[in-house]
Design a protein around this ligand. Structure first.
Ligand SMILES: Cc1cc2nc3c(=O)[nH]c(=O)nc-3n(C[C@H](O)[C@H](O)[C@H](O)COP(=O)(O)OP(=O)(O)OC[C@H]3O[C@@H](n4cnc5c(N)ncnc54)[C@H](O)[C@@H]3O)c2cc1C
Length: 357
């Protein structure tokens, strides 16, 4: 352990590295420790929305440089209905998690972040002006700091596989089943990432795929990786700091993985946290953290209304398919490219569409 550092970050996943980069940009000396060794893999849909790419750029991270696959927008598939819309501005990026992690490690090294890999941290031994817990959704440091108190806490389960095949679409696809979703992100010219998410811990990709025969046919022709699982939590904490300890990334709460906004959130939180540390006032971070999380949490709730309600789902996707302009506006809302007045108009138009489809 180093004897002195301004900022000690526990956890060197995307949140820990983003927090480290943001703190270095404010002139702090920074040490990051992680019990694992890069490049660290994790079950993730591997899709980064345009707002996430913009947030990454504000940390000096040019993710597009790493390759991956640029996608134009989102497509919903439900039974025979298909509805798609391009992002109003910019593209999304599918990027293998290991590629993202290595890029962030290299960038942190260039920025002068001290990194301790293969190092499990006991927070009691920490000596630093600021301690940043970026140790993931389970976050033992959050418990140690007495910050486990939640306003909301529910879980779903994600299982991911990669398939060696050329992407068939320039869109990220969400296939809606009853109580589960499959989402598909092209991650390079020869590979797609497929994630199943549901509240049923026992449901696996092979159980869900027969509900989508066309998709199953496509995927069965190519080689698949092993399945990797993870927890997708919808968690809002009462507080994300105490004393000189701040939480960031999944340790600080999260939105359901269906939003594809986890990485965007942690990039934005990191920028806000560094500004608050510079101001010497973590209450600023608390306020910004809450503001940043509102839109993705709202979108997650909206989408998950359709999770178990087959009739509502069919009517909603039918209404969106009948009026694709509506879906475009929903997507603009999702990635923060719509004004508040238009949100109300979009909501009303969608409600009317559902009633009349
Ligand atoms: C199924 C699924 C699909 C998803 N799809 C998307 C998507 O398409 N797009 C998107 O933007 N987001 C997605 N997300 C969310 C995204 O993956 C997370 O928001 C993101 O991984 C959070 O990163 P993190 O750094 O906070 O946590 P983690 O990636 O979990 O990193 C935590 C790190 O802390 C380390 N650690 C823990 N305890 C200690 C300790 N005591 N000492 C040292 N190190 C420690 C661990 O080794 C780990 O490396 C998805 C999530 C799931 C579950």
């Amino acid at each position: 352990m180093p004897h002195s550092t301004d900022v000690f970050v526990i956890g060197g996943g995307p949140a820990g590295l983003a927090a480290a980069l943001a703190a270095r940009r404010r002139g702090f000396s920074v040490t990051v420790a992680d019990s694992a060794v890069p490049p660290i893999d994790k079950a993730c849909g591997e899709g980064i929305m345009p707002d996430g790419l913009a947030a990454a750029r504000s940390l000096g991270l040019d993710l597009e440089r790493a390759g991956g696959f640029r996608f134009r927008g989102i497509r919903f598939c439900e039974g025979s209905h298909r509805v798609e819309a391009p992002f109003p501005d910019g593209e999304g990026l599918g990027l293998r998690r290991t590629v993202l992690h290595q890029l962030m490690v290299d960038q942190a090294a260039d920025a002068g972040v001290r990194m301790l890999w293969g190092t499990h941290v006991n927070p009691d031994s920490m000596k630093a002006r600021w301690i940043v817990a970026a140790d993931g959704g389970h976050s033992p440091v959050r418990r140690w700091a007495g910050l486990d108190d939640c306003e909301r806490n529910s879980r779903r389960f994600g299982f991911r596989r990669h398939y060696e095949m050329a992407p068939w679409s320039k869109f990220m696809e969400i296939h809606w089943g009853d109580g589960f979703q499959l989402y598909i992100t092209p991650v390079d010219e020869r590979e797609v990432c497929v994630v199943l998410i549901s509240a049923n811990q026992r449901l696996r990709l092979d159980d869900a795929l027969p509900s989508f025969p066309e998709l199953q046919r496509r995927l069965s022709a190519s080689r698949a990786s092993l399945e990797r699982g993870g927890v997708s939590a919808s968690r809002r904490l009462r507080s994300v700091y105490r004393g000189n300890v701040a939480l960031v990334g999944d340790a600080s709460g999260s939105v359901d993985a269906i939003t594809g906004e986890g990485l965007c959130l942690l990039f934005q939180q990191s920028v806000a946290l560094a500004a608050a540390m510079e101001a010497g006032d973590l209450s600023q971070y608390q306020a910004e953290h809450r503001r940043i999380g509102k839109r993705p949490a709202f979108m997650a709730d909206l989408m998950l209304l359709m999770d178990h309600r087959a009739m509502l789902r069919r009517r909603t996707i039918g209404a969106l398919a009948a009026k694709p302009g509506l879906f475009e506006r929903m997507l603009a809302l999702h990635v923060g490219q719509i004004r508040p007045k238009e949100i109300v108009q979009t909501g009303l138009a969608l409600g009317w569409g559902i009633l009349t489809v």
